[in-house]
Design a protein around this ligand. Structure first.
Ligand SMILES: NC(=O)c1ccc[n+]([C@@H]2O[C@H](COP(=O)([O-])OP(=O)(O)OC[C@H]3O[C@@H](n4cnc5c(N)ncnc54)[C@H](OP(=O)(O)O)[C@@H]3O)[C@@H](O)[C@H]2O)c1
Length: 291
């Protein structure tokens, strides 16, 4: 049987772990990335035991390192020559100013920049699928973003609420521009807010925030279903560039809907990747798709 391949980042905890189980139940070959190989092995067992699907695979990838993202993508391509679904799910919410190995503020680096880069490197594999999908897990927190193009990763003026919101605005801007760039292809891309969900996301935040959030949080499986639905359901064929709020089309903030800013943000993201890999040229990855 020619199984569809779904790659998900951040399956070792929270929403991604449960979403992986649901996708695996739909007979996909489920591949995930992990920065902790011990957790990866446990997760593989968990997904198998809860889905009955034995086609589970994982790769090491620390999204706080662009070098690690690059190495992961080259290893992935040695084993897989096609991908049907990419779920950019992994996320972090740092309460203090921390940096990635490349010197970017960590919440921004992991949540946006690593996924921006990873998606570019795997676009050619998605193009080989008859109906490829990219799902960017964003958040309604994007409505609280205050994006400063002179301080894109908020490292000059760090505020833990703002930096997370900005990274999720970045997920939406990335989705909106990517959908336009992929318009002539069969690849669709959408972003979503999974709900306020019980997970480990708030692990480094102050205790009162964690306790208050618990009161309004929905079960992990609820958030997982919002993601898995976009990955497996037939109803989304041809739907691209949309933002889903849980199970329906959601409303973007005025800032998130600003396409000129989204384009400017894309260019800025490209420059950030170039500061690490000068040969990186975003347009090259799209030109290949149209040849
Ligand atoms: N929970 C919510 O209420 C909520 C609301 C809106 C949006 N979201 C979004 O949902 C997504 C999933 O979050 P979650 O709530 O499930 O959080 P979570 O329970 O903390 O899971 C996050 C996942 O990302 C991985 N990860 C974090 N930093 C990484 C790195 N440097 N390299 C590789 N993997 C890394 C974690 O790996 P480890 O297991 O090794 O830590 C874990 O697998 C995120 O994009 C988040 O922004 C969540």
């Amino acid at each position: 049987m020619n199984r569809k391949v779904c790659l998900i980042t951040g399956a070792t905890a929270g929403i991604g772990k449960e979403a992986s189980v649901i996708v695996a139940k739909h007979n996909f070959k489920l591949v995930f990335t992990a920065r902790n190989l011990h957790k990866a092995e446990e997760t593989k067992k968990y997904i198998y035991e809860n889905s009955g699907n034995n086609y589970i695979d994982y790769f090491y990838c620390d999204l706080a390192s662009l070098e690690s993202v690059k190495f992961f993508c080259s290893e992935f391509k040695k084993k897989y020559d096609k991908m049907d679904v990419l779920i950019n799910n992994a996320g972090t919410w740092e309460s203090k100013l921390n940096f990635t190995g490349d010197g970017f503020e960590r919440t921004f680096g992991v949540n946006h920049l690593a996924h921006f880069y990873l998606t570019h490197l795997l676009l050619d594999l998605l193009a080989k699928s008859d109906s490829a999908r990219i799902i960017n897990v964003a958040s309604a927190a994007h409505k609280y973003a205050r994006f400063d193009f002179n301080d894109p990763d908020s490292s000059k003026k760090f505020n833990f609420l703002k930096v997370y919101a900005n990274s999720k605005l970045g997920n939406i801007w990335f989705t909106n521009v990517l959908a336009k760039k992929l318009k002539a292809t069969k690849i669709i891309v959408n972003s979503l807010m999974p709900g306020v969900i019980i997970s480990e996301l708030l692990r480094s935040l102050p205790f009162p925030i964690k306790e208050m959030t618990k009161l309004i949080s929905k079960p992990t499986i609820y958030g997982a279903e919002t993601i898995a639905r976009l990955a497996v359901s037939d109803e989304f064929q041809g739907i691209t560039g949309k933002y889903f709020d849980e199970f329906k089309i959601g409303r973007l903030s005025k800032e998130a809907a600003n396409f000129d800013k989204a384009l400017k943000f894309w260019d800025l993201s490209e420059e950030m990747i170039k500061s690490k890999f000068p040969e990186f040229h975003s347009a090259d990855f799209f030109n290949i798709l149209h040849q």
